[in-house]
Ligand binder design. Structure first.
Ligand SMILES: C[S@@+](CC[C@H](N)C(=O)[O-])C[C@H]1O[C@@H](n2cnc3c(N)ncnc32)[C@H](O)[C@@H]1O
Length: 385
């Protein structure tokens, strides 16, 4: 099988985690970009990337790349491309664009130009055309224009890979599955010590941790990938991957997850069951204010509630978290993601700070190493960015 170049996209801050994951699954020429990682490999690796990667959003396959001087250049080149080799009139398609160029007023216009070119090509060749389906297309085409450089790719994933297929229900502020998986890897959790999420909401961190520690890949749950709709799809190759990457021996790594809300724990249990990891997670309803650690050297990773603006309630809530950790979690390693403003009120000195975006909100992912005698510190001095 021939090697080809691919692009995996991710969230800002997770590029290195994704590059590491790609190396682990056997990718070649791994190179970090902005919210993306470039790599090369054969068709099997492309399928495997979609099946196995936890911190990728999409895997793109560049099919044409060139310089344009006008919107019409995009149309002409698009019309000359042999789309019929990739898909047929009976299939639906959509074009998604990201444009940073004065040649186009908006990305919608660029999408329309390429869509027209594709439709006109099919009409000219066959007298009929494939339909556009922007919500759930069989074939998703990705158009990237930066100044005069244009790259057209096939999106091999289709729906973003954060949609694992296990989220049957959600609380009001669920964390992206890709972000949860990325944070777990950034935390250097050893996958043996019990991981505790004391504010688990719909259970994303606990579920991703259970899957990671037990070698269960996202592809065991998610069944839809856009590459399955391509003319070139080789089901036997995909089946090989499914057989090769089955978890070998499941070691029972414990995960504990709790939340103050009974409803959220019910949702989290449903999601964990759909992911096939319910038996690996100990869920319970509990207020963190009264939660005692279940092991001697606890490892906590969580995202407390936060809004865009800090309120007096937030300040009290975060200082409660700091007090609880200081007095009841001696010898714990604690990772918390929240806004820098909220985290100031915890009043403990972090040993690491990583800037990360959660949705569009700038957040900080901080490590606190607690030990006997950890001092509560002057929050305004110690925790400044
Ligand atoms: C931002 S959400 C967590 C989202 C979660 N990571 C997910 O993926 O769904 C914060 C959670 O903290 C919970 N919470 C708020 N106060 C709490 C407390 N005192 N003790 C435990 N959980 C609390 C909320 O019910 C909410 O589910």
């Amino acid at each position: 099988m021939k090697n080809q170049t691919y692009t995996a996209t991710t969230l800002a801050g997770l590029e290195e985690v994704l590059a590491q994951e790609l190396i682990e699954i056997g990718a070649d020429e791994v190179q970090i970009g902005r919210r993306s990682v470039y790599f090369s490999g054969d068709l099997k690796l492309l399928y495997k990337a979609n099946y196995c990667l936890r911190s990728a959003l999409r895997i793109l396959v560049p099919i044409d790349s060139y310089k344009i001087h006008s919107a019409d250049d995009l149309y002409q080149r698009g019309k000359n491309f042999k789309w019929e080799d990739l898909f047929g009139c009976e299939q639906t398609f959509a074009v998604q664009s990201i444009v940073f160029s004065d040649l186009f007023n908006n990305s919608m216009f660029a999408s329309l130009k390429l869509k027209d070119a594709i439709v006109d090509r099919f009409r000219y060749k066959f007298g009929e055309r494939p339909s556009v389906n922007s919500k759930n297309p069989d074939i998703l085409i990705n158009l990237h224009i930066s100044n005069e450089f244009c790259t057209i790719s096939l999106d091999s994933s289709g729906e973003s890979l954060h949609k694992r297929g296990y989220r049957l229900d959600q609380n009001e502020a669920p964390m992206s599955e890709v972000l949860a998986a990325g944070l777990i890897r950034l935390s250097d959790w050893d996958r043996k010590t019990e991981l505790i999420d004391p504010m688990c909401g719909s259970g994303t961190i606990a579920i991703e941790a259970a899957m990671l520690a037990n070698g269960i890949y996202p592809g065991t749950v998610r069944k839809n990938f856009a590459f399955k709709n391509w003319r070139s799809y080789k089901p036997e190759l995909f089946q090989q991957i499914e057989e090769e990457v089955q978890p070998q021996d499941i070691s029972p790594v414990r995960i504990s997850a709790s939340d103050i809300s009974r409803r959220n724990i019910d949702i989290a249990c449903k999601n964990a069951e759909a992911a096939g990891v319910l038996s690996l997670i100990n869920f319970k309803v509990s207020d963190f204010k009264f939660l005692e650690p279940s092991v001697e050297m606890p490892f906590l990773l969580f995202n407390p509630p936060y809004g865009e603006r800090l309120t007096p309630d937030d300040t009290n809530f975060y200082s409660m978290i700091g007090e609880r950790l200081k007095h009841h979690y001696t010898n714990a390693t604690v990772w918390i993601i929240s806004t820098a403003q909220c985290l100031k009120s915890i009043g403990l000195r972090p040993s690491r700070k990583i800037s990360i975006l959660n949705g569009s909100l700038e957040c900080s992912f901080r490590k606190y190493e607690l030990y006997e005698g950890t001092k509560k510190v002057d929050v305004n001095r110690s925790d400044a960015e």
